[in-house]
Unconditional design. Sequence first.
Length: 258
Amino acid sequence: MSNPLVLCENRGPVSWITFNRPEVFNAFNHEMGREACEALGRAIEDTDTRVIVLAGAGKAFSVGADVLAVSGSDNPTRAIDELVPIAHRAIAVIRQCPKPVIASINRLAAGFGLALALASDIRVATERVRLRYAYSSIGLTGDGGINWTLPRMIGTARALEIALLAEDIREEEAAKLGIITKFFPEDLLIDETQKIAERVATLPQKTAWAIKRMIYGSAGMDLLPHLSMEHATLLEATATEDFRTMLNNLLSGFTQKG
């Protein structure tokens, strides 16, 4: 029996989805793409899951599409045309997911692998990580929303340099640009990612989803409508039992320290 292309594991409130083609640096083919989307769907529906982590087995997060399979196809254009809807479905699911999604990046994220990481809500990585646009190095233009997310994170000028010159973003620059701010030795990445995910999991689910909606939605919204949305959302949160419990815990901590 062949190994599963996507590994799924629940660790408390955290669902881990691990791409499992380490022999090709977790390059995506149709099967792995479909399995990853299905795993995302199950994690979203799982009432015990509060945070989702994406990870890659072996020595990379993912190098993107399986270009060897594409080049071996009788019709590379058709092969890519069949892959792109699967890739874009995954990006849309992540962005519309009501639960926070963390990308745990070991060593390298390239092409669609980088697009997945940029679409995630939080990114953590190994020391000396490399983030690579990759598409232009084989004459392609990008997918997975990478030409939308990248300039919004790092600015148009630097995004163009990275894309046109096929330059890597390395650890120091990733931190400076704010793409990734938490880096760990490779042997600690899984454990440290789990700790971060568990911290996020302490948030009420409705609060986490509301924060995601407001921050992502702010890019296409004027300030005054956004203020109105913040007001309404804040009042809704204050009416929950979670708010009262967390506020009481905070005040109790102040009292004990005093």
